[in-house]
Design a protein around this ligand. Structure first.
Ligand code: 5GP
Length: 139
C-alpha cells in the first residue's frame, strides 16, 4: 500500500495548508511556493500519476484545479496561471502520487511559459492566511 507524503497528508499524519477538500480530492499549498499561492490538487485515492488515474477521478481533479485557478485570479490578483502535472521522474515528478500544480503568475514575473518550479523563501509568508484567502475565492 502506498505511503508517500501525499498519502500521509491525506490521512492527517502530516500537516498541510488545506485550500479545498471534498470526498475525492484535496488541494493544499505546495510547501515550496514557486509563486505566492502555488497549490497542489491531489486525488485522495492513490494513483502513481496522471496516466494511471481513472478518467472520472482525473476529471474531478482538473475541475478543482480550474476553480482554484479562478480563485487565484480573483482573490490573489494573479494575471495568469500555470496548470501542469509531471509524469515520471524524467519529467520532474518527485512525489509518485498524481497531483496537479496550479501556479499563479503575477505582473512583474518572468513572462512566457515556464516549467521551472524553483521554490522561494516562505518564512515571511503567512501560509494559513494564504490558504484561507484562496478558499474564500473558490466558487
Ligand atoms: P512534483 O515534483 O512531483 O511535480 O511535485 C511535488 C511537489 O510536492 C513539489 O513542488 C514539492 O514542493 C511538494 N511537496 C513535497 N513535499 C511536500 C510536503 O510535505 N507538503 C507539501 N505541502 N508539499 C510538498
Amino acid at each position: 500500500m502506498a505511503n508517500d507524503i501525499f498519502c500521509r497528508i491525506i490521512k492527517g499524519e502530516v500537516p498541510s495548508s488545506v485550500v479545498y477538500e471534498d470526498d475525492d480530492v484535496i488541494a493544499i499549498l505546495d510547501i515550496s511556493q514557486t509563486t505566492r499561492g502555488h497549490t497542489l490538487v491531489i486525488p485522495k485515492e492513490h494513483y502513481d500519476s496522471f496516466l494511471s488515474c481513472p478518467k472520472d477521478l482525473m476529471q474531478k481533479v482538473y475541475a478543482v484545479a480550474q476553480r482554484i485557478g479562478q480563485a487565484e485570479v480573483s482573490v490573489l490578483g494573479a494575471k495568469g496561471v500555470n496548470i501542469l502535472t509531471n509524469v515520471g521522474e524524467q519529467a520532474g515528478q518527485s512525489v509518485p502520487h498524481f497531483h496537479v500544480h496550479v501556479i499563479p503568475r503575477y505582473t512583474g514575473g518572468e513572462g512566457g511559459f515556464q516549467i521551472t518550479m524553483k521554490g522561494q523563501d516562505t518564512s515571511a509568508m503567512d501560509l494559513p492566511r494564504l490558504a484561507f484567502d484562496i478558499k474564500k475565492g473558490i466558487k
